[in-house]
Design a protein around this ligand. Structure first.
Ligand code: ADP
Ligand code: MG
Length: 626
């Protein structure tokens, strides 16, 4: 039989509405705390028991509610924050729908104690099942306390879906921490089962707020972010390379004092650290973004944790710039972790290949010349030795095939030399002091360069191969971006017969190959003739080199034929760059100098460390001298 259509009563409407706003203790706490913030409180206490299932209390020292308004506040669509549609466009409070209190009172028992500064006494009201069951005047300080008990007592289906006390408690703690981070001028106290879990200061200091929430370890690794461009400011902290996590939970973003979730921003954060951290490790990053209100649309989700930007690309590249600027300004050298040192020096010492230090020798004098015997892999003709001389580009390829088809804006922002030139300058001396001027002790296992900073009593171990990878990758990537890859003509061109598939991929990416420094001609019936290769790869096997690039292009080209050039270069570079095994002292000096010129000398393109540092104290400690 068809059911009669009828209007729902208020109780039912409130319960349905509650379902949308109130899912769990976390959503109650969020709504109540946001009300406290809208009420201009600067102290908020959140207390829960049993993960919030049996007890939630939020106390604030905000403006309070007038006695005669208390009951109205519990009605649906009752709000003091807007009066008309026009207000919606200028709203700057967290709530305005007037749903939260009504919704909570529909599914739990709610007690409210509140007082304004114009009233001599406060009022206590208890609501259950959306009905007023108790009301009396009481003495209390200005502000509001709301206590929620018996959560979902009348909606068993919802109650069943609550998680364990522990899990619910954890999500409450997370939301309170996020709210605390969003307002460093407000003190938040979080209590669980009668003990204080954290208390943030109200001294307007974001660092102190982070410290009170996340502890010393994380804070010791924080680098300040400070970026201003027109209407956009990005402040906050991000971690250096000594700290990383297995997940992205500690990447928190606040836009105009609101915690928001935005996967794109997380991706930008990750991208900025891409070659710096080990695979599957994530930085902690706390970003405070202030952007003009007309540049965003916050009202896309009822819980308002999502946001849309009018100009997403611009905002994303500015975020990236803000973080990479901060990283570059800081000293990213990895600190040695005591557990990774096995002090078996008896064996090692005899392996140390001791060199006499020749610090005075200038870099220019040490420009290596290419010797025939180092390159027996290929027959080639040296056209120039400008690889080591960045200024001389006489021999760069002037190919008619170069077109502007590659989308350069897709490439890493921080690799773009022009934009960053100021910052590199600023930082250059620091890095030089740290790396280029180290006293070279020797080379261990033909791989690890041992150095000493005589002034500061520091000991450095530099992975020669990782350093080479970093230098070559950055050099090649920069040259590529500037269309200045230096090409090396082969004496005997290499002819390769390709499979049909490879041949068609090659043909599609001919322009890219040209920009990469290859000069390749079609040789008929799926064959190609390689005439020139990028100078940097002179020591590689040509056939192998070509396939390294072709395979990387295959892997990182998407269907629309736009290439992730940086990935391609990174892949191909690490596979193809051969670093000479045994280095002479002058070559080490050259390597350190080149390393000091890179943007991020501290890790190889895959994120493994290039440099490890120990100070005298740490070594003395290993010998139990301290
Ligand atoms: P909204 O926040 O969307 O206006 P709520 O149901 O959350 O709706 O709250 C209704 C009204 O109750 C608010 O507009 C505000 O006037 C009042 N209110 C709620 N909590 C507080 C508080 N902690 N301090 C002062 N006023 C409050
Ligand atoms: Mg509200």
């Amino acid at each position: 039989m068809k059911k009669k259509i009828q209007l729902l009563d208020d109780f039912t409407i409130n319960k349905i509405a509650a379902g949308e706003v109130i899912e769990n203790p976390k959503s109650i706490v969020k709504e109540l705390v946001e009300n406290s913030l809208d009420a201009k409180a600067n102290e908020v206490i959140v207390e829960i028991k049993n993960g919030g299932k049996s007890y939630i209390r939020v106390t604030d020292n905000g403006i309070g509610i007038n006695k005669e308004d208390v009951f109205i506040a519990f009605k649906r669509h009752s709000t003091s924050k807007i009066t008309s549609v026009e207000d919606l466009f200028t709203i700057n409070t967290l709530g305005f729908r007037g749903e939260a209190l009504a919704s909570i009172a529909a599914i739990a028992k709610v007690e409210i104690i509140t007082k304004t500064d114009i009233s001599d006494s406060g009022i206590k009201v208890i609501m259950e099942n959306s009905k007023l069951i108790f009301k009396e005047d009481i003495g209390c300080p200005v502000g509001t306390t709301i206590i929620v008990t018996k959560l979902f007592y009348n909606v068993p289906a919802r109650k069943k879906f609550l998680k364990s006390d522990n899990a619910e408690g954890t999500s409450v703690r997370e939301i309170v921490a996020n709210l605390a981070l969003s307002r460093e001028e407000i003190s938040f106290t979080f209590m669980k089962n009668n003990s204080v879990i954290f208390k943030t200061p109200k001294n307007n200091d974001f660092f102190n707020t982070i410290a009170s929430l996340f502890g010393k370890d994380l804070c010791e690794s924080l680098i300040k972010i400070n970026y201003i461009n027109e209407g956009l400011t990005i402040n906050g902290y991000t971690t250096n390379l000594n700290y990383y996590r297995g997940n992205r939970k500690y990447q928190l973003v606040f836009i105009n004092d609101r915690y928001i979730k935005n996967k794109q921003i997380n991706k930008v954060i990750e991208d900025t650290y891409k070659t710096l951290l080990p695979i599957n490790k994530h930085p902690a990053c706390f970003l405070k973004i202030n952007i003009e209100n007309n540049e965003i649309d916050v009202n896309v989700h009822p819980a308002k944790t999502e946001i849309r930007f009018n100009n997403t690309n611009k905002v994303m590249s500015e975020i990236k710039l803000a973080i990479s600027n901060a990283l570059r300004k800081s000293n990213l050298i990895k600190k040695v972790n005591k557990n990774t040192i096995t002090p078996s020096f008896e064996k090692s010492v005899s392996d140390i290949n001791i060199f006499k230090n020749t610090m005075e020798q200038s870099y220019i004098d040490n420009k290596p010349s290419i010797k025939k015997d180092e390159t027996k892999d290929n027959a080639y003709k040296v056209k120039n030795d400008h690889y080591y001389n960045l200024d001389n580009n006489n021999d760069k390829i002037k190919s008619p095939l170069i077109k502007e088809s590659i989308n350069l804006s897709k490439v890493e922002v921080y690799s773009s030399p022009n934009k960053q030139i100021e910052l590199i300058k600023e930082n250059k001396d620091d890095i030089k002091n740290n790396i280029a001027n180290l006293f070279i002790i020797g080379v261990l296992f033909n791989t690890y360069i041992l150095c000493e900073n005589l002034k500061d009593n520091e000991f450095f171990i530099i992975d020669q191969h990782a350093a080479h990878e970093r230098i070559n990758f950055e050099k090649f990537n920069t040259d590529f971006l500037n269309k200045k890859v230096i090409s090396q003509e082969l004496i005997a061109p290499e002819i390769i017969k390709l499979s049909y598939d490879d041949y068609s991929i090659f043909n599609d990416s001919l322009e890219l190959f040209t920009d990469l420094g290859f000069i390749i001609e079609n040789f008929g019936s799926n064959s190609i003739m390689i005439r020139s290769i990028p100078m940097i790869f002179i020591k590689s096997n040509i056939n192998q080199l070509f396939y390294n690039f072709l395979d990387s292009i295959k892997a990182y080209a998407n269907k629309s034929k736009t290439y992730n050039n940086e990935r391609i270069i990174k892949e191909a570079c690490t596979k193809s760059v051969k670093s000479g095994d045994k280095l002479h002292n002058s070559e080490i000096k050259k390597l350190l100098y080149d390393l000091s010129k890179t943007n991020t000398p501290f890790t190889c393109p895959h994120g493994r460390p290039v440099i490890i540092k120990m100070n005298k104290y740490e070594i003395e400690k290993m010998f139990e001298r301290t």
